[in-house]
Write a protein that binds this ligand. Sequence first.
Ligand SMILES: O=C(CO)[C@@H](O)[C@H](O)[C@H](O)CO[C@H]1O[C@H](CO)[C@@H](O)[C@H](O)[C@H]1O
Ligand SMILES: [Ca+2]
Length: 537
Amino acid sequence: MTFKQGIFYQIYPRSFKDANGDGIGDIKGIISKLDYLLQLGVNYIWLSPVYASPNVDFGYDISDYFSINPEYGTMADMDKLIAEGKKRGIYFVMDLVMNHTSSEHAWFKSSLDPNSPYRDYYFHRPGKGNKLPNNWTSFFGEKAWSKNADGTYYLHLFAQNQPDLNWDHPMMYEEFKKIILFWLNKGIKGFRCDVVNVMCKTDLENGKNRLFLKGLEKYQSTPKNHMYLKRIHKELIEPNGAFLVGETVMINTQQANDLLGTESEKELDMMFGFEHMDADQFLVKWFKRKFNPDKFNRILTKWQLELPWNANYFENHDQPRSVSRYGSLHYHKESAKMLSTVLLTLKGSPFIFQGQEIGMTNVDYKSLDEYMDIETKNIWALAKKLWIPKFYRWHMIKTVSRDNARSPMQWDAKGGFSTGKPWLRINHNQTIINVEAQTDDGNSILSYYKRLIKIRQQHPVLIDGDFVPLVIKKGVFAYHRVLGNQKILVVVNMSSKYRKFKHSMDGEILLQNYPPLEMKRLRPYEARIIEVQNDQV
Ligand SMILES: O=C(CO)[C@@H](O)[C@H](O)[C@H](O)CO[C@H]1O[C@H](CO)[C@@H](O)[C@H](O)[C@H]1O
Ligand SMILES: [Ca+2]
């Protein structure tokens, strides 16, 4: 099973399954659900960080890359998880954070001493007069520098507890070589590389004036970044038959192709782009605009046509739930199935985020203290400072907060996630949206995902076929996948209105999310996968 043939499933361990009743998901909980993932048809699990961490950014602030966060279990549990997965033909992709560590990491603690050999593992710099070393701002809407006790400052593109690593330091590659080989030797098959295209800084001079992410041009996909990715892929990944999927922010298709490298000098094997995620925002994600499906589908089509292979996703632990964002709660089942139809028939590796397979929605929290995400709390405070009225601040976090994705998995109607009090409240709609209710219901979203994954595995055209656009109009999105004499037509309606579709839909219907009906019009959020005659060959 190559990464190109596999179905990927992302687990956010803190919210997946709690096995010891402390309200926090853990590795034993994941082991207990491997058969569920096997039945769903999953081949690879991307595991968000389980390393030791003070949890300021819930794992994306790593204090020790060689040990497991005790809340999630032990290294023995991790070895068992990998072994139990292997028994079922399910392999693991670890999350690798190379841009920053936790400020609790031994390297950083030691680096606070100016004479420490670790001093230049980070960017400790003196201020300029009473000013910060430069004007850069962080991804979490703060200044990108924080003060050390000795009056100097250190750089952090994310939270102040996530100091950036200095990849100009000759030891940095050696350190991550040890980390990568440690986990590859444990039998994992690949890495999801966190914000992997911001980790090398050309210099620390002031950045151009821009509303958000001042300094971006100083660290986005720099030449040194490309050099390190080539080296990691050639010296560590290829010799171990592994692969890299990169989280690559703020890039266009040209920059994406550069980050794929070349046949002889590979960098990333695939990556998560963000252009489709930005289709429903003004400037930044906090200012939402009405979802325009045609804009969304034009962006998807561009990436389908301009990249040889994509890592396709509509959800992850940083994004709101797709059925709430791109679908409809009124047509909950139909729209969740429609979105999955596109996700699993686009060219590239499909990534399903935990709970997406049952149509989990954005959370129904009523007050700020129900939210746990540092970025959400930062933005609330920043918006308050900017005099944004309370009703709109509330609208911002309700629609955009990352906690929309992180509420505990809904296994059954009354708390299958944990016997204890969950670390983050479960959505009250677990009474109707849960795995147990959908498992034996042939018409459920879960059953649809299972059939869809089978169809994908049985039709090589859906894996290796060319993507041939046909229609993007008024919410209708249609395209062919073509491989030799195999040809499949995918037609979906991403709107709540009935829509005309004038092209032929003759052929064998492999799957649809509505009962069959001889009709030229598409019903709200309708989706059809049709095997058609390939009259071109
Ligand atoms: O959610 C975002 C900002 O609003 C994204 O830009 C996100 O910060 C960015 O995609 C990087 O995300 C990754 O690195 C972060 C820092 O490690 C971590 O908080 C995210 O969870 C992770 O996916
Ligand atoms: Ca637990």
